[in-house]
Write a protein that binds this ligand. Sequence first.
Ligand code: 9WN
Length: 441
Amino acid sequence: HVDRADQSTSPHTTAYNGARRVLTGNWVGASTVPSRSLYPHQWSWDSAFVAIGLRHLWPLRAQRELETLLAAQWQDGRVPHIVFNPSVPLAAYFPSPDFWRSSSEGAGCGAPAGTETSGLVQPPVHAVAAWLTHRADPVASHQRGFLRRVYPRLVAWQRYLTGARDLGGHGLASIVHPWESGMDNSPCWDPPLARIDPVGSDTFHRADLHHSRPADRPTDLDYGRYVRLAENYRDHGYLDRDCGHPFAVEDPAVNALLILSEHALAEIAGALGRDPSDHLVRAEELTTALVKRLWHAESGQFLAHDVIADEPIAEHSAAGLIPLVLPGLPEETVRALVATATGPRFGLGVSTRMVPSYDLTGHAFDPARYWRGPAWFNVNWLVERGLRRHGELALANELRANLTRLAASSRYAEYVDPVTGEARGTRDFSWTAAVTIDLLA
Ligand code: 9WN
């Protein structure tokens, strides 16, 4: 812990205070918007990262953030990727609630009647966030019954992913839309998306282009395919068994976070006086499945698996490094992941200041365009945690210093050029601020 009174003008304090200002400004009463302009609703994995930062400032607000999200959970266990704020005009974000129509089309899956949400999900960081939030103020958490209330919801969420979403039949969760990875236009999705017939770009109106440079965002062709897939899911009542998912992928980051959350559920169960062994067994089984199915020794990283074509996707993205955050990986896997992170594809400690979202040497690399090259702060927070867990302290310290410095100098940008650190996307972005607070606290 840093003595802030003695360092009132240090870069450290400036970065911390700036991050607190962002989180204060983006709080909307019971949750936090990722960005006031670009994303004016509540997003699922954003809220998990936001809680991880908020817990250092206002632990009750962090609890509330997660409770608001979980209140919109569907009865089948899914935690929706967006919870819409009814007071925001429909035109502010596309696709808006009238596109998803969750309360009517999702009724067969137990979508809530009184709240509009999307029908997709995002990476499951929530049990991790709940456990860290509890630990920030265990007394207040206990008094409010925080863990007792969120635990059954978190268990149902995890079971949705390992149940209805085990589309490959190997125990791992599949995503059924690029938005579910949280890394929307990653080049990893190009091969499975190529099979999807896009809707015409004249059939929708993108609100994102009012707030961000088109060169920093996905293309209209990408959006045509995102819309086709989401419409297909909706028109099948969001029922996984009925919709014949035309896109189904086992993503290493989603599954690593699922496993990390299972470990967090074991901690939560223990704190509630329950037997944690079921969670630990599941975590171990999932880790075995992850390594068996998605590890590629010749690439030195995990690769996504296209469930429909039944083949690995030969694109190297940062998602394939995120399993480094896990305990219980084989030692040679850990060593290979560190070598890949610091090698020519990701350049950490050599040519990049933060891990790029995609392979620097890859054919699709673009340092400006969203998930096709820029460095993202939540991804780098996970890599930093992984490096630290596995004893790579010098690398972890360097990454932490770069991350917090670039967050402040970019005005808490959504993403940055991984080599120059130039700000990209929107500014005053919530999870950028939240992970900065967490690393400086
Ligand atoms: C679609 C909110 C979200 C993040 C995602 C990021 C982006 C949405 C969009 O913004 O996705 O869900 O409209 O581009 O890719 O990771 O959760 O910050």
